[in-house]
Design a protein. Structure first.
Length: 48
């Protein structure tokens, strides 16, 4: 089961911190790395 967290602007080592802005999409983590997120319309976003 993947846990969903926000993809952070600042990354420290392999730690990912949730964003405070709830309007930003939440990214699903796979193997500890952000994989993709979906908004309310089902559009997918990928971390850059």
């Amino acid at each position: 089961m993947s846990d969903a967290v926000s993809y952070p602007r600042n990354r420290v080592k392999d730690e990912f911190y949730p964003r405070l802005n709830k309007d930003e999409p939440l990214f699903v983590k796979e193997n500890g790395k952000p994989k993709y997120a979906q908004d309310g319309a089902g559009n997918e976003f990928y971390p850059t």
